[in-house]
Design a protein around this ligand. Sequence first.
Ligand SMILES: [Zn+2]
Length: 319
Amino acid sequence: MVVEERMGQAASVESPDCLLCGSSSARTLFIARDRLLGRPGEFPVVRCTSCGLVFLRPRPSPSALGSFYPDTYYPLDQQPSREAFAVAEGLLARITEWRRGQRLETPSILDIGCGTGLFLHLAHEAGLRVRGIELSESAVAYARANYGLDVHHGTLENADLPEESFDIITMWHVLEHLPSPVEALRRVARLLRPGGLLLLGVPNIGSIEARIFGRRWFSLDAPRHLSHFTPRTLAAALIAAGLIPRRIIHSPGTAGLVYSVMGDLTGVMLKARGRPLSDSTYHRAANVLHCIARPLCAGAARIGQGGALEAYAIKPKVR
Ligand SMILES: [Zn+2]
C-alpha cells in the first residue's frame, strides 16, 4: 500500500530527516492511528538512531495537517471547564513564582498557541501585558470577543512581532505540534529579551505510561503531535536554539493516563456490546479514573517518570 493511501485519502505527505539533529537514520517503533478523532490513516512513529528524538515519519504535509484539526478542537460556546481553569491557574502560579526573583513592573508575556485565551486573560488580570498567537480562527475570535485580547491569527513564523520584546514566552503543549520545533525555539529565542524566560510543557515519551501504552498512548495524538521529547532530547532542542535549560521537571500528566485507559475501555466495550459507552457512562468512568490516576501520576512524577515535562529555559544575557 502506498504511503498516501495509508495516511488517508488524498493526504499529501513528507518524510523529514530528524527534526533535532538532521540525521536521516531512524528506527520505526510502531504504527500509530488517530485515536482522538478516529480519522483514517497509519502514522509510523520513529526514533532517530543518532540523537534519540521520537517523531512521525512519514507525516502529513503542513497543508494536509489542517484537516486533522477540526473546528471543534476547542469548546467555544460554554464557560471554560474546571480542568481548563486548573491548567491556566497552574501556569500563572509558575509565572508568579518566577516573577518573585525578578525586578519587573509589568512584564510582557507572549503565549504561543493561546487557544481561547483563558490563561492570557488571567495573566492580564494579574498585571501582565499580554499577547497571543493562535492558528484556530474560531479560537482567536473567541479570545478577542470574550476577553478583548491582542491575538495574532496565524503561526509563530508569520507573526510580525518585535525582537527581544518579551519577558516571558509560554508554549503549553504546543512544541510537539510544530513541523520544525528547533526552528520555532530559535524564533522564540529571538523574541525574548536577554534574560527572559521560556516556559513550555510537552508530553514525556520517556515516561512509564508512554511505555506501557505504546502506540495506544493517548498523548501520542497522531498525527497532530509530530515530535515527542524526553528530558534529554528536550534539553538538546533548547540548547540547539540558543537557550539555557534551567530546569526540566516531571509533571503528572494525569489526563494522558486517564484517556489512554478510556481509549482501551471504549475499544473493549465496542467489541463486547457492539456500541460505544454512552456519554454519561463515559464521563462517570473518566471521573472515577481521574481520582485513581491522580496519586499514581503524582507518584510517577516524583520518581522522574511523569507523563509530561515542564521546561524553564532562559535566553542568555550575553550572546
Ligand atoms: Zn536526531
